[in-house]
Every structure is written in structure tokens, then in C-alpha cells.
Design a protein around this ligand. Structure first.
Ligand SMILES: *Cc1c(COP(=O)(O)O)cnc(C)c1O
Length: 404
């Protein structure tokens, strides 16, 4: 290829020059997309195996989601919560039903849903459980990722995410992930919640031992503590079920949702729970200008409807088997471990071979986009609309990269 005929190098350089370096993107400049495929400014196509960290579970520009967005753009886009709009009640009811809960509280980003969950749990602790003022604590897990706000990074165990952002918010106790005994020991009379990802995404798609989630549920019930499940990345079909908690038949007290809820079009997040918990909030105590706006509700209602047939969950489960079988065959041939559920996989590459970043760069050259996390780990989370052939293609390209 004639390198200086391409528009990519200049666009990459400008993107680096005019932004804070809080990301280290792959040097691809995308200009359009459809389904599981991206096209860059030079017309090259790539299979998207990240899907916006699961924000694109239904693929790029799913026709039903785009149609819902277009229709809403032509009618009403924002009212604020000072007024009620005609998309609001349906969205809240349908999402609550999907979650098996009484009600929802809509926000925008995942981090806001987590902040909302923390505030609700604390208020519940003081008003319902009877924790002395200012004493509430929340048990969280090592290796967690719940977002980037100052409170959330306060209980991160990732030095990169946390260092230099103090003073830190207190009231959190960190225990090893997957260790029920440690979790139970960390709970005291002032514990209001256990906040966990049912599968740790950013940590490298870490699946807890069988029985952990149901154990957490049991302990939380016994000790009068809320189980808050951060399903922002794991939820809405990603793991082959509506929620990752479903794999152990567990219903948390609060679901934290985001990412795919916005259909890859607008940021939409929500907290779902029952009236005895979410009902602690009164007017003026929490809110968001954009939370639950008409455009967000129109798109997210269509997302919920896509999920009610179970088709995407089934696809994720079935195609996930195919993906994991393909990846397991590469253990000993460049991979040292494969984890995950459904169309979600964390792969540890033999560190002697290359870093995760190098693997992602080589995959990119072969037309497959994925994302590294923590050294030699890469994460695959293709849109749930991906086909069997496309999965096989991605695995073949990975095998070629690992074979050098
Ligand atoms: C992405 C993510 C968040 C934060 O979501 P943002 O929309 O980036 O604020 C929180 N929790 C989990 C598990 C996530 O994967």
C-alpha cells in the first residue's frame, strides 16, 4: 500500500495532538459501521470484536434502534425530569419488568448508575436498616471496575485508575473476588451493601467460582445487606442470559445497567430495584438533567423489546460455545488461558510471545479489532449479531497472529 496516499496517519496524529491522552487507541480511524463491521476512512473493513465494551450488543445501527431514534428525533428530544414525557412510563415499566423489579431510576452513564446505587444503598442503610449516621460501609471486590468518578476510583484496586486522584471517599471495604468466606467476614452491622460485578469485565472477563453469586445472595439476605449487581457490561444478553446473575438463578436487590441499554446510540443507564429500596429517594435528593430523556427512553425501550424475545440471549449462548471452543483449541498454541461466558471472552496470551497490545495491533492489520487489558490479556466481546462464519474468521486470524 502507498502509505502517504492514506488519510489514516494524519487523522491519527491529529487525534493524538488535540486530546488529553487518557486513552491509547489502536491507530484505526473509523467512519462508518453496520452490524458487526466497521469501515475506516481509507475504506478498509474490520470485524468489531469489542462492540464498544458491550455498548453495541445489538451491533452497529441495528435497524429497529435506528428507526426508534429517528422517529423520536422528529418529535421530542428533551424535557428534563421537571415534566413528564410520553416515552417515560413505557420505558420504566418495560425495563422494570425485564428486571423483575418494581421500578427503575434512569441515568446516563454507567458510572452514574453506580453512584446512584451507592447513594440509594447508603440512604436505605440509614432510613431502613438503622445504621448510625455517617457509618455505612459497602463491601466491594478486588479487581473491580465500576467507572471513573472520584468516589468509584476510591475503591479501585488498580493503581493506574486510582493513584493521584485522592483524597478518597471512605466507606468501602475491599475483599478478594470469588471468596465468599472473606466477603462474609467483611460484613458488619454497618454494612449496607455488597457491590459486585457478576463477571469482572475490565479485569479480564473473570468468572467467579460456581456458587459464589448464590452464596453472596444468601449471605446478603441473612445479614440484611443489599446485593448490588453491576451488570453494566455483563448484562443485557452479553453472557447468553439477560443478566449474568441468571446463570446462578440469583436476583440482586439492585441491578446497575448501562452500556447496551443505549443501543449504541445514546448513553442510557439505570438502576432497577424494588419499592422498599429505590423508594427511599424523595424529590430533590437525586437527579440528572438528561437522565430518562425522550430520545434515551425511545431507544432503550426498543432495546428492552429486542431482549424480551430471548433471541439475542440464545445467540450469545450458542455462538459463545463456538467462540470458546475455537479459543480453547489455541491453548498451548499461544494462549495460556481462556475465560468467559457467552460471546464474552478474556484470553491470556503467553507473555513470552507478545503483549496484549501487540496482539491487538497484529489483529488490526488482519482486519479484526479487539482490546487488550492488563498486560497480556485481551478481551473479545463481539456484537451479538455476529455470525458463525465471522466468529470462525476472528479465531482464524487470532491463530495466525499467535503463530507469528
Ligand atoms: C463500563 C462500566 C462502568 C462504567 O460505565 P461508563 O458508562 O463508562 O461510566 C461501570 N461498571 C462496569 C462493570 C463497566 O463495565
Amino acid at each position: 500500500m502507498v502509505e502517504d496516499m492514506l488519510r489514516t496517519p494524519a487523522a491519527v496524529r491529529d487525534a493524538e495532538r488535540f486530546t488529553a491522552h487518557n486513552y491509547h487507541p489502536l491507530p484505526v480511524v473509523v467512519s462508518s459501521a453496520e452490524g458487526a463491521w466497521l469501515t475506516d476512512i481509507d475504506g478498509r473493513r474490520y470485524l468489531d470484536c469489542l462492540a464498544g465494551y458491550s455498548a453495541l450488543n445489538f451491533g452497529h445501527r441495528h435497524p429497529r434502534l435506528i428507526a426508534a431514534a429517528h422517529a423520536q428525533l422528529d418529535r421530542l428530544t428533551l424535557t428534563s425530569r421537571a415534566f413528564i414525557h410520553d416515552q417515560f412510563a413505557d420505558f420504566c415499566r418495560e425495563l422494570a419488568e425485564l428486571c423483575g423489579k418494581d421500578m427503575v431510576l434512569p441515568m446516563n452513564t454507567g458510572a452514574e448508575a453506580v453512584e446512584t446505587g451507592i447513594k440509594v444503598a447508603r440512604k436505605w442503610g440509614y432510613r431502613v436498616k438503622g445504621v448510625p449516621a455517617g457509618q455505612a460501609n459497602i463491601v466491594v471486590a478486588e479487581g473491580n471496575f465500576h467507572g471513573r468518578t472520584t468516589t468509584i476510583v476510591s475503591f479501585s484496586t488498580d493503581d493506574e485508575a486510582r493513584a493521584d486522584f485522592g483524597p478518597y471517599t471512605s466507606g468501602f471495604t475491599v475483599v478478594p473476588y470469588g471468596d465468599l468466606t472473606a466477603l462474609e467476614a467483611a460484613i458488619d452491622d454497618n454494612t449496607v451493601a455488597v457491590l459486585l460485578e457478576p463477571i469482572q469485565g475490565e479485569q479480564g472477563v473473570v468468572v467467579p467460582p460456581e456458587g459464589y453469586l448464590s452464596g453472596v445472595r444468601r449471605v446478603c439476605t441473612e445479614r440484611n445487606v443489599l446485593f448490588v449487581a453491576d451488570e453494566i457490561q455483563s448484562g443485557l444478553g452479553r453472557t447468553g442470559a439477560t443478566f449474568a446473575c441468571d446463570h446462578e438463578g440469583v436476583a440482586p436487590d439492585l441491578y446497575l445497567l448501562g452500556k447496551a441499554l443505549g443501543g449504541g446510540i445514546v448513553p442510557v443507564s439505570a438502576v432497577a430495584g424494588n419499592a422498599d429500596v429505590l423508594g427511599v429517594l424523595q424529590p430533590g435528593q437525586h437527579g440528572s438533567t438528561f437522565g430518562g430523556n425522550p430520545l434515551a427512553c425511545a431507544v432503550a425501550t426498543e432495546v428492552v423489546r429486542l431482549l424480551t424475545t430471548g433471541e439475542f440471549q440464545r445467540r450469545s449462548a450458542e455462538l459463545g460455545e463456538r467462540l470458546h471452543a475455537g479459543l480453547r483449541a489455541l491453548i498451548g498454541r499461544g494462549l495460556v488461558a481462556v475465560r468467559g461466558r457467552g460471546l464474552w471472552a478474556g484470553l491470556d496470551i503467553d507473555p513470552a510471545l507478545m503483549t496484549g497490545r501487540q496482539a491487538c495491533e497484529l489483529l488490526m492489520e488482519r482486519g479484526v479489532l479487539a482490546k487488550d487489558t492488563h498486560g497480556s490479556t485481551i478481551r473479545l466481546a463481539p456484537p451479538l449479531v455476529i455470525t458463525v462464519d465471522e466468529i470462525d474468521h476472528a479465531v482464524t486470524q487470532l491463530a495466525a497472529v499467535l503463530a507469528g
